[in-house]
Design a protein around this ligand. Structure first.
Ligand SMILES: Cc1cc2nc3c(=O)[nH]c(=O)nc-3n(C[C@H](O)[C@H](O)[C@H](O)COP(=O)(O)OP(=O)(O)OC[C@H]3O[C@@H](n4cnc5c(N)ncnc54)[C@H](O)[C@@H]3O)c2cc1C
Length: 390
């Protein structure tokens, strides 16, 4: 089948959608992108990106940009939130580079989004703002996509990168809503006067809570995320609320002084209700016919393995490779879905498990602490993940 220019439509201009537009365009595919928002922007705070992801960004020519804006931690340190005791550590820095051939990085979401956006713009990919995908109907040669603003598009392939509340999913007959995890994330940034000499990711673990912080913006700010258990806010989709520190401290209960000091340094908190979906159970949930899903649209996950955006970027790379391998569109989609669903399911499941381990108490937390103290990197590293995809 002959694929003409602009025959791929990417719906959604978040990290996943931009990554898909970039990867597909780099393979010579004709791509256009629509985004519901009036302007490209990324809310949120920092994200960690493992070597499996930085390797792909390097392949896409983004290494220099990444070096300018990211922070590269030399270790991940686990500590007890109540006593402050160090529980274990995983060297990152040179070790990640040596074992996995790429660095472990921490970056502000807006910086990563900007790097991808710039690269997509440089390739001349047409992007339509204020276009909200409303409906997808099958055609003989692809799909017909209608936007709420009245645009009608007829791509050979629709890439649904429209996030947690994806409309594109419906084209695959998937109508189930995301589920609330029972966890709330408080996020904030602390300005840093000088970049830390030895940047690190610190994870504080406690009963029904954990806190993660690491530098972003090339060490000019510390990104802080505190996860606690709590009730779903009244509006499930209205997930980004200004939050008050009082509510956070009440939910945390007693914590050690160094951690208190870090949390008190956060000038403004924002609150997220964390939603996910159960791990994927088959390829059909990632793509069928002329529709491929990617990122949170396909597999929203709890952030406890720090890989949601990472898996969206891996999806984008895999989709572009499957696209360039040729064949009829449904075959390319089938190849992509078959290649990606199990890895994404494994990451989703591991993220859920990590949450249980981080928030454990009693004998489970004693076992966790013992394992991290004695085995360190052996239990804290995730080689099958960081080795990445071919
Ligand atoms: C607290 C927290 C911490 C996290 N930490 C990490 C981390 O350390 N590492 C990591 O890799 N990931 C992390 N993540 C996950 C990561 O942020 C997400 O997995 C990732 O951003 C998903 O990207 P996406 O492009 O698939 O979806 P989104 O970012 O949701 O983008 C979807 C885009 O589609 C647009 N859109 C939606 N509907 C439509 C429509 N109908 N038509 C057109 N456009 C539409 C939206 O406006 C948006 O721009 C974290 C998440 C949270 C909540």
């Amino acid at each position: 089948m002959d694929i003409h220019a602009s025959e791929i439509l990417v719906a959604g201009g978040g990290i996943g959608g931009l990554a898909a537009a970039l990867a597909l365009s780099r393979q010579g595919a004709g791509v256009q992108l629509i985004e519901q928002a009036e302007a490209f922007s990324e809310v949120g705070a920092g994200i960690q990106i493992g070597p499996n992801v930085t390797r792909i960004l390097r392949d896409w020519g983004l290494e220099a940009g990444l070096r300018r804006v990211a922070s590269f931690p030399h270790a991940l340190l686990a500590r007890d939130a109540r006593s402050g005791r160090e529980l274990g550590s995983l060297p990152l820095g040179d070790r990640a580079q040596r074992l996995y051939g790429a660095p472990y990085a921490c970056i502000h979401r807006a910086d990563l989004h900007h790097l991808l956006l710039q690269a997509v713009q440089d390739r001349g990919v047409p992007m339509g703002l204020n276009q909200r995908l409303a409906d997808v109907q099958p055609r003989a040669d692809g799909v017909t996509v209608r936007t709420e603003q009245g645009q009608v598009l007829a791509p050979a392939l629709l890439v649904g990168a429209d996030g947690l509340w994806s409309r594109s999913r419906q084209a695959l007959g998937l109508t189930d809503a995301p589920r609330f995890s029972g966890h709330l994330a408080y996020r904030g940034l602390v300005p840093l006067a000088t970049p830390p000499a030895q940047p690190q990711v610190t994870v504080w673990m406690g009963q029904r809570l954990h806190i993660v912080h690491y530098p972003v913006q090339a060490g000019r700010a510390l990104n802080v995320v505190a996860i606690v258990h709590g009730e779903l806010p009244s509006q499930a989709q209205d997930w980004d609320h200004a939050a008050h520190a009082d509510a956070l401290f009440q939910a945390l209960g007693p914590i050690c002084r160094p951690l208190q000091q870090t949390l008190h340094a956060v000038p403004n908190w924002r609150l997220w209700a964390l939603n996910d979906r159960p791990p994927l159970t088959g390829a059909g949930q990632m793509g069928q016919g002329a529709v491929a899903l990617l990122g949170d649209a396909a597999h929203p996950m709890r952030p406890y393995l720090a890989q949601g955006a990472g898996m969206a970027i891996e999806d984008a790379q895999a989709l572009a490779q499957c696209w360039s391998a040729g064949g009829a569109v449904p075959e390319r989609v089938q190849r992509y879905a078959a290649q990606r669903w199990q890895r994404n399911a494994q990451v989703q499941a591991r993220a859920i498990r990590n949450g249980r381990i981080f928030h454990a108490h009693g004998p489970v937390s004693w076992g966790r602490n013992l394992a991290m103290g004695v085995l360190g990197a052996k239990v804290m590293d995730v080689p099958w993940l960081y080795k990445g995809i071919a």
